[in-house]
Design a protein around this ligand. Structure first.
Ligand code: PHB
Length: 409
């Protein structure tokens, strides 16, 4: 058949066939399974470089942030403004500031991410800040809570909390509720020192006295060694900040075992100590303790119900309760989706920052706004008490302190 066709070709046709064959040899034969168009176009993505500790003593910090991110993607889909969200997840194994910095450099220069996100621990956020500035990359802080962080780069936006924002209301509340003598104990690094400073100022302004201030190492603290000193000082209450996660359990265990509760010493704390994810593991020793924070899984609102559902859908029931870090991951994604939509999927760092300044939404924790001046979070702070609700330990909000900016700035 082919032969007879060729036989019928004249000289001109033979020339055309030869030219086509030669051209195909040079450009290659398109495969039958793919249209040429599909091959040429890479999938358009918005890239997020997620940096946090996913292993080691602070593994839970990264996990909670990531679970919150997944909840948002589950609820809203992985495509926004025609672009697919691509998450490049990097483990610092921290606290490891130098690793966080190197990972940020790689993500910005080699992977060309559109946003740096995550940052559970203050030293890691501080180390990565200059990379955000040099690489002109928006950096969304989803936990790290030392006041100073947002001043370290004009590209940083914080969607989580600041320690002064939650510690000062605890000082006010304690003074107003008849507590006169307090010892403080905090992790000896940025957020702990902020917590100690701002609790103390508010408490002493309200007429209270801090009789002893203890600082414990961030890594592997032996809390039991500090308990005797607190007991001997005999305060009415001890104010506590430890980073949420495993340390909540070891602190509360030491407090109980060393007989401080039996000696009548009350615990007042920032909500980090009664992190919703760890609360069931802490157990009944937490009952009655008062803390100040911006989020509780017990917060009664339609947005929180939707979040809790999306959290289980995305992560499974075995993931347990989300905590305030998960909510920051979730809200951080809402901010990124809002930027992508406003920019029609065409990312630009400075335009993104302009949109993020003043960004506002009804979060599972209530209304939140990014302060256009400081790029820090403005939100409602609540006083809560640990109670049993339907057989589960919960931080039940009983007083609304109002909408607060970071008092550290
Ligand atoms: C921080 O390192 O900034 C940090 C870590 C855990 C917390 C709060 C702040 O619960």
């Amino acid at each position: 058949m082919l032969r007879s066709t060729v036989i019928r070709f004249g000289r001109f046709q033979r020339l055309v066939v030869a030219t086509v064959v030669l051209a195909l040899a040079v450009v290659g034969v398109p495969s039958c399974s793919k249209k040429p168009d599909d091959q040429a176009k890479p999938i358009a993505t918005i890239k997020l470089g997620l940096i946090a500790s996913f292993s080691g003593p602070f593994a839970d910090v990264g996990q909670q942030i990531e679970n919150g991110i997944k909840a948002y993607v589950q609820e809203h889909g992985d495509t926004v403004a025609g672009k697919k969200i691509e998450i490049l997840r990097r483990d610092t194994t921290g606290p490891a500031p130098e690793v966080a910095k190197r990972l940020a450099q790689e993500l910005v220069t080699r992977d060309k991410v559109d946003f740096l996100v995550g940052f559970g621990l203050t030293p890691e956020a501080l180390a990565a800040a200059p990379v955000a500035t040099e690489g002109k990359t928006p950096m969304i802080i989803m936990n790290a809570a030392t006041s100073i962080i947002t001043t370290k780069s004009p590209y940083i936006v914080r969607i989580s909390l600041t320690l002064p924002q939650v510690a000062a209301p605890m000082g006010d509340w304690a003074a107003k509720n008849g507590i006169k003598k307090v010892s403080t104990i905090v992790a000896d690094y940025g957020p702990g020192i902020d917590a100690e400073t701002f609790f103390k100022k508010a408490f002493t302004d309200g007429g209270g006295a801090v009789i002893d201030s203890l600082r414990v190492p961030l890594k592997n603290p032996d809390f039991s060694a500090f308990m005797q000193r607190i007991k001997d000082a005999a305060p009415e209450a001890v104010f506590v900040f430890v980073p949420a996660g495993e340390q909540c359990i070891s602190f509360m265990k030491a407090f109980k075992e060393r007989g401080l509760a039996d000696a009548g010493i009350k615990i007042i704390a920032t909500g980090d100590l009664f992190d919703d994810h760890q609360l069931q593991s802490i157990g009944d020793a937490a009952l009655g303790a008062v803390s100040t924070h911006h989020y509780s899984v017990a917060h009664d609102s339609p947005e929180n119900k939707a979040f809790l559902k999306a959290y289980v859908d995305a992560n499974g029931a075995a993931a347990g309760s989300p905590n305030f870090m998960s909510v920051a991951g979730y809200d951080g994604m809402a901010a990124i989706y809002a930027v992508a939509e406003k920019l029609g999927g065409v990312m630009d760092a400075d335009k993104a920052l302009a949109i993020l300044k003043g960004f506002t939404r009804t979060s599972p924790r209530g209304q939140i706004t990014i302060d256009p001046e400081t790029r820090d979070i403005i939100q409602t702070i609540y006083v809560r008490r640990v109670e049993k609700v339907d057989g589960k330990l919960r931080n039940v909000e009983f007083e609304n302190v109002g909408v607060l900016k970071d008092p550290g700035k």
